[in-house]
Design a protein around this ligand. Sequence first.
Ligand code: FAD
Length: 389
Amino acid sequence: MNKYTTYDCIVIGGGITGSALAYELVKQKYRVLLLEKDRFNQNATTYSYGGLAYWSGTTDLMSGLFQEGIELYRQLERELEQDLEFRELDLLLTINAQDHPVEILSQYNHFSVTPELLTVESACQLEPLLNPHALSGALKLPHGHVHPLKVNAAYQAAFKRLGGEICYELVTQLLYQEKQIQGVITSSTTYYSPQTIICSGGLSRSLLQRVGISSGIYFNHSDVLKIAPQKDLKLKSIIMPARMKRFDLESRVTQPESEFLWSTNSPETIASVVDIGAVQFLDGSLYLGQVSHIITDPQAVSDARWSEEKIREGISQVLPFLGSLPVTRHQCLVAFTRDPNRPQVGKVTGWEGIFLFCGLTSTILLAPPLARHFATWLANGEDEVMKEL
Ligand SMILES: Cc1cc2nc3c(=O)[nH]c(=O)nc-3n(C[C@H](O)[C@H](O)[C@H](O)COP(=O)(O)OP(=O)(O)OC[C@H]3O[C@@H](n4cnc5c(N)ncnc54)[C@H](O)[C@@H]3O)c2cc1C
């Protein structure tokens, strides 16, 4: 059990957001406790592709943060003293045979980097595992890639080296009096702090709800398939669909007229979409995805067999060599907000002692620079980026 029960900051959640933030806070000389419920994570960070979409900014603020993010990653291995498998490689966005390539390209003209439109032939030259008959073209973008679990572990190790503490305990309730959060109650202890920061991903919404704080944090249940390391198979790029259905779905279920859906924790599936993608890590293992289900009960279990069938079906079309390999199925929650350019970051309005650091878009890329801005702002009371957010 932990020696201390009082800290300058308590961070709830040891995924990429909590781990990066805890590290940045300890660098600001705070005494920080990071609370994570699972020693072996089954969270969104664990099942992430690890892509760094630094081309995808649509506002000056986000484009600036994404640029800061990729520059930070270019030196992060040195700073954290660990191999993160950082590399820069192509992202290929596949355009279905029935879609018109020029029309799909036009949907990308609001991003800070314009993709290159490839013919089917050039796409297959870049990525020979692609099935030319499934495509009418592809978009190519410069992208970064890391091993998300290695980044997470490296942040936590650096945090501990600087004196931070990690406890594997479930936070069951926020401790409060009137509108002041004073710490947290876990499965075994009560910890006190003047500053509690929620980095609990898809579970942030229900944790806040328990004390009557309604947040703009939503979540989906994601299903992904994992393939064990393959020696004789090499995917050269990250593959995703040019038409991402997940973004449309997230926009739809967060409109004011859909808000009633989130008023109960229902185990019913409201909608599911399939976005066929694949990524290979340096050890040869692969993730194939992804099915996103909207189910408002965060504890619900989605129909993993259905998801496996859908992913296999889609992958067999786009990347036929991967379609029949043995897989393991995994599920996690992924948080999002109504406006991807407006993550839930900063102090909770109307309350004291509680802060949010959730619902980021392109979280693997954004969490490191934003955690730095957040920690600077908390320590000094000001930061240009935090002011705009
Ligand atoms: C298939 C897939 C592919 C993806 N690909 C990309 C990609 O290429 N690039 C990208 O940027 N993003 C990608 N994402 C999204 C990205 O992975 C997530 O947005 C990100 O990892 C979320 O990090 P987080 O820290 O907010 O949440 P999580 O990683 O979910 O961490 C939250 C942590 O909080 C803990 N927790 C929750 N409640 C409590 C509690 N009460 N007490 C204690 N601990 C608690 C949980 O156990 C968990 O470990 C992908 C996601 C999926 C599913």
